[in-house]
Design a protein around this ligand. Structure first.
Ligand code: NDP
Length: 405
């Protein structure tokens, strides 16, 4: 019997709300709140029609702590799932501390004026959450999120020491649009246009954005050009698994996507520095977001699959061991189930699973601020199989492609 408050009614928020409604034996009462209430009402209508479950909706500006506090006091949830934007992480954490509510999100805090991806701001809340007897689970989507659960599962069951980790993320889907991002365009473009970074021999190696790339073979999909990016889960993974000598994150991009992005960057449309336009300050990237398709509008005619996994090399009983664990997810199947595309689905389902475990499994309810690899991976892996994200694994079997060197 648990009340849950979901903040954010975009592509991911919609999936979280649908999946919580489909698990109403755990989430007995659900409220979806966001800046624009009409978006929450539209999702609530779909949920009623598709799954026969009633959910409440509300308007909230989560940048303002007092507004979120007021909403929490009115609804009295046990746990809050934050799937608004990374800018709201700290204000929502403050509101949770003020009202005694557990917290979960899917992306690390980012200040609006600098594209900086690190956990330092949120890790600084460790003591306050612990003392309040509250839990904050950070980055519980797919990547970050499941990629850390995969790594921790590998560490627990297959390795004495992990040495090399490559997280490989492919979207081989086609949404039929000339250019669109699969999650919030502003956050997505800030992430990709940053210099790349990976971990090697105890330090971060910085590279020019998109400068390291190669084709990687994805199961059921085939070879796709994949680029080394910095991704936030690398920070906590190298801290929690210090035997890692190298940790990298690869993501696929099609040539048309890169060409569009290059043009937009070259003409200044991806900048986050405000400019004056007709006497008004506007941020070019925010304006660009306003003209691009919304991630939650892409689902209807999306075809193809995503494939995200971890490839790990290390040792077990003195022998070299390789392990590959991955999930493939089909855009059209996600749309049939919850009216979403696979990128929103692969983020929203793990957020629901994390929340479900916090509410039902004592091992997953630990006061303090945690990343996903710090908790027992086994129940999470079981839920992935039953909640729509089944995974596959290969151990010491020649990989279907060359291990990324
Ligand atoms: P969308 O842009 O589709 O949705 C964001 C939602 O947050 C919108 O409903 C928006 O409202 C709402 N929102 C924004 N600001 C506020 C505010 N101040 N108060 C209340 N609500 C607000 O984004 P996505 O659904 O694609 O992404 C959601 C989150 O998931 C992001 O943080 C993203 O980084 C993360 N993510 C994580 C992934 C992972 O694997 N870990 C992968 C993909 C995404 P409005 O409509 O009014 O603008």
């Amino acid at each position: 019997m648990s009340k849950v408050l979901i903040i954010g009614a975009g592509g991911v928020g919609s999936v979280v709300a649908h999946k919580c409604a489909l698990n109403s034996h755990v989430f007995t009462s659900i409220m979806l709140a966001s800046r624009t209430k009409s978006k929450c009402d539209k999702i609530a209508g779909e949920i009623k029609e598709m799954h026969g479950v009633d959910i409440e909706t509300a308007q909230v500006d989560a940048d303002i702590v007092a507004e979120t506090v007021m909403l929490i006091k009115r609804f009295q949830p046990k746990l809050l799932i934050n799937v608004a934007l990374p800018y709201q992480d700290l204000t929502i954490m403050e509101a949770c501390l003020a009202t005694g509510v557990h917290y979960l999100d899917t992306a690390n805090y980012e200040p609006k004026d600098v594209a900086k991806f690190e956990y330092s701001w949120q890790w600084a809340y460790q003591q306050r959450f612990k003392e309040a007897g509250l839990m904050a689970l950070l980055g519980c989507g797919f990547d970050p999120g499941v990629t850390q659960v995969f790594t921790s599962y590998a560490n627990k069951h297959y390795f004495d020491e992990m040495h090399y980790l490559d997280i490989i993320d492919c979207n081989a889907g086609d949404h039929g649009k000339a250019f669109a991002t699969n999650f919030n365009p502003e956050i997505n473009i800030r992430e990709i246009t940053q210099p790349g970074r990976y971990w090697e021999n105890g330090e971060w190696v910085e590279i020019e954005a998109m400068s390291i790339h190669k084709p990687i073979e994805y199961p059921g999909i085939g070879p796709k050009e994949s680029y080394v990016l910095y991704h936030e889960e690398l920070e906590s993974l190298v801290k929690n698994f210090p035997t890692l000598k190298r940790a990298r994150f690869w993501m696929t991009f099609g040539q048309a996507y890169i060409t569009h992005l290059n043009v937009l960057e070259n003409v200044g449309m991806t900048s986050i520095k405000p400019i004056k336009f007709n006497g008004v300050d506007i941020v070019p990237l925010e304006f660009l977001k306003a003209v691009l398709p919304a991630p939650d509008s892409l689902g209807e005619n999306y075809s193809g699959q995503t494939s995200i996994g971890c490839q790990i090399k290390g040792t077990k009983d003195g022998e070299e061991t390789t392990y590959y664990v991955w999930n493939n997810c089909d855009h059209a199947e996600c749309y049939r189930e919850v009216r979403a595309q696979a990128v929103s689905y692969t983020t929203g389902v793990p957020a629901m699973i994390g929340a479900m475990l916090m509410l039902t499994n004592d091992e997953w309810m630990k006061p303090g601020v945690w990343n996903c690899e710090e908790l027992n991976p086994d129940p999470f892996m079981e839920h992935l199989n039953t909640q729509g994200l089944p995974w596959n694994e290969r151990i010491n079997i020649p990989l279907p492609h060359e291990y990324p060197a």
